[in-house]
Design a protein around this ligand. Structure first.
Ligand code: PLP
Length: 471
C-alpha cells in the first residue's frame, strides 16, 4: 500500500466508522451471531496475493459487523461501559500512524513526556495529591497484579533477588472483599501467594467489606504465625458498585504494615466529580490505586491508570537492565519500561490526550452527572414498582434488580429473571448482564455508554417490564 492508497482507504474507513456510529441505534445491541458463523465467512487459507485491503473493507461491513456486540450503542447496559469516543479513536490512529514504541525515553521522548503530562492531568482531575505518580497500564488486571507483586517484594525485602517466595518463614496473606473483581484473585494466585493465603472477606448488607471480619481474619492469621501482606480496597465493586471504606482499610494496613491497593476500575472516573470523592476517602493513604479511563470515561480500550506513591519501589521490582536497553539519559529521565510487566509499549497517552482536549473536565463532568441521574431515575422506577425488587444501593450508575412473581420459589425466580435477560438481550433492543449476588439471580443494568440518554433508559425499563410479563 502506498501513501496515496492509504489516504483513499483511510478516508473511506473514517467515513465508515462515522456512518457506523451514526447508525448504531438501528443495530441490535448484542450480536446475533451463532458460534462459528463469523469464521465461516473467511477463507481457510491466507491470501497468496496482496493488494486486497479494499476487499477487507467491504468484508468488514458484510462479514465482521454481524459479529460485533455494540459497546458504544446507546442501549448498551451490560458489564461496565467501555466508551471509545471519536477523539480517542483519532488519538489511537495518530499513535498507530506514528508507530512509536515508547519503552525508553530515548526510543521516543514524546511518548514518555506526553504520558507524564496527561497522567498528571488525570491525577488532578480525580483529586489525588501530587504524592501519586501515574503510569498507563493496559488493564486494571495487570495493574492489580503489579500491585501485589510490589506488596510481595516489599514484605519479603526483595526476595525475588534471592530464593523468591520460598525463602520466607511466614507465609504472606492477601485480603480483599468477596465482592472484589476476579482479577484480584487471579493476581494473588499468579503472584504466588497461593489460594490458601487469599482471604476473601464477607460483606455487609450494602455489599461492602465487613471491616470487623477483616480485622478478625488478620488477627487470626497473626496468631497462627502468618504475615498480613496486602489489602485490596474495592471502590465500586463489579457486581453492585459497592464501596469499601478505604479509610478503615488504611487504618488496618498501617497497623500491620500491609500494602494498600485501591481498585476503583470503574468508580475512579466518578472522582472527576467532587461530590463523589467521599467514596474513596482515605485514598491518600494507599500505596497504589488503579482506575480505568477505558471504562466509563471515554478513552478507548485499553488504557488503565495506575498511580503509585513510591515509583522507586515499583522500578526496583519491575526493572531489568540488560546492556541493549541502556541509554545515555537513563539517570535523568523516566523509562516507563520499568513501570510495568511488559517491555514494549504503545503510545496510549495520545488517545487520552485527544479525549481530554475534546471533552474538557466540565464536559466530562456533565456527562457523568447525566448518567448518575439516569441511574437514580431507574432506581426510582424499580422502587415504585411493587413487583420489582432492588438488590443494592445505587451510589454510581449501576442498578441491580429482579422481578418478583407470586408463587415462585428461589430456583424458579432465578430462571424467570434469566429468561427476562435473555428476552431483552435477544430482542436486540438493549443488552444487560444477568448476574448472581450472594445466591440471588439478578439483572444488572449498568448505565453510561456515551450516547445513552434518558429515553434509552426509559426504553430499557419498558423492555424489562414487557419481558417480565411475557411467557
Ligand atoms: N476491577 C473491577 C472493579 C472491575 O469491574 C474490572 C472489570 O470490569 C476490573 C477490575 C478488570 O478490569 P480490566 O478489564 O481493565 O482488567
Amino acid at each position: 500500500m502506498d501513501a496515496q492508497e492509504f489516504r483513499r482507504l483511510g478516508y473511506q474507513l473514517v467515513d465508515w466508522i462515522a456512518d457506523y456510529r451514526e447508525g448504531l441505534e438501528r443495530l441490535p445491541v448484542m450480536s446475533p451471531a451463532q458460534p462459528g458463523e463469523i469464521r465461516a465467512a473467511f477463507p481457510d487459507h491466507p491470501p497468496l496475493h496482496g493488494g486486497r485491503v479494499a476487499q477487507a473493507l467491504t468484508a468488514l461491513e458484510r462479514d465482521v459487523l454481524p459479529g460485533i456486540t455494540h459497546w458504544n450503542h446507546p442501549s448498551f447496559f451490560a458489564y461496565f461501559p467501555s466508551n471509545t469516543s471519536y477523539a480517542s479513536i483519532l488519538g489511537d490512529l495518530a499513535a498507530s500512524g506514528l508507530g512509536a514504541q515508547g519503552m525508553s525515553w530515548q526510543t521516543s521522548p514524546a511518548a514518555t513526556e506526553v504520558e507524564e503530562v496527561v497522567m498528571d492531568w488525570l491525577r488532578q482531575m480525580v483529586g489525588l495529591s501530587p504524592a501519586f505518580t501515574g503510569v498507563i497500564h493496559d488493564t486494571a488486571s495487570t495493574a492489580t497484579f503489579t500491585a501485589l507483586l510490589c506488596a510481595r517484594e516489599r514484605a519479603s525485602e526483595y526476595a525475588q533477588n534471592g530464593e523468591g517466595l520460598q525463602s520466607g518463614e511466614a507465609p504472606l496473606v492477601v485480603y480483599a472483599t468477596d465482592q472484589g473483581h476476579s482479577s484480584i484473585e487471579k493476581a494473588a494466585l499468579l503472584a504466588g501467594f497461593g489460594r490458601s493465603f487469599l482471604r476473601l472477606i464477607p460483606t455487609d448488607d450494602d455489599h461492602a467489606i465487613r471491616v470487623d471480619l477483616l480485622r478478625a481474619a488478620i488477627e487470626k492469621d497473626l496468631e497462627i504465625g502468618l504475615r498480613p501482606c496486602a489489602l485490596v480496597a474495592c471502590v465500586g465493586t463489579t457486581g453492585t458498585t459497592a464501596v469499601d471504606s478505604v479509610a478503615a482499610l488504611a487504618d488496618l494496613a498501617e497497623a500491620h504494615g500491609m500494602w494498600l491497593h485501591v481498585d476503583a476500575a470503574l468508580a475512579g472516573t466518578a472522582m472527576v466529580l467532587p461530590e463523589c470523592r467521599w467514596m474513596w476517602d482515605g485514598v491518600e493513604r494507599a500505596d497504589s490505586v488503579v482506575f480505568n479511563p477505558h471504562k466509563w470515561m471515554g478513552v478507548g480500550f485499553d488504557l488503565s491508570a495506575y498511580y503509585v506513591r513510591d515509583p522507586q519501589h515499583l522500578i526496583r521490582v519491575m526493572s531489568t537492565n540488560p546492556s541493549y536497553l541502556r541509554t545515555a539519559q537513563d539517570g535523568q529521565v523516566t523509562n516507563f519500561r520499568d513501570w510495568h510487566i511488559q517491555l514494549g509499549r504503545r503510545f496510549r497517552a495520545l488517545k487520552l490526550w485527544f479525549y481530554l482536549m475534546d471533552v474538557g473536565v466540565e464536559g466530562l463532568q456533565a456527562r457523568l452527572r447525566r448518567d448518575l441521574d439516569n441511574a437514580q431515575w431507574l432506581k426510582a422506577q424499580v422502587d415504585a414498582a411493587p413487583d420489582w425488587e432492588r438488590l443494592a444501593p445505587v451510589p454510581l450508575q449501576t442498578v441491580c434488580l429482579r422481578h418478583l412473581k407470586p408463587g415462585l420459589d428461589a430456583a424458579a425466580h432465578a430462571a424467570h429473571n434469566l429468561d427476562i435477560a435473555r428476552r431483552v438481550n435477544e430482542s436486540g433492543r438493549a443488552y444487560l448482564t444477568p448476574s448472581v449476588l450472594k445466591g440471588t439471580q439478578m439483572l444488572r443494568v449498568s448505565i453510561g455508554a456515551e450516547p445513552t440518554e434518558r429515553r434509552h433508559v426509559e426504553a430499557l425499563w419498558r423492555a424489562l417490564v414487557e419481558a417480565a410479563q411475557a411467557e
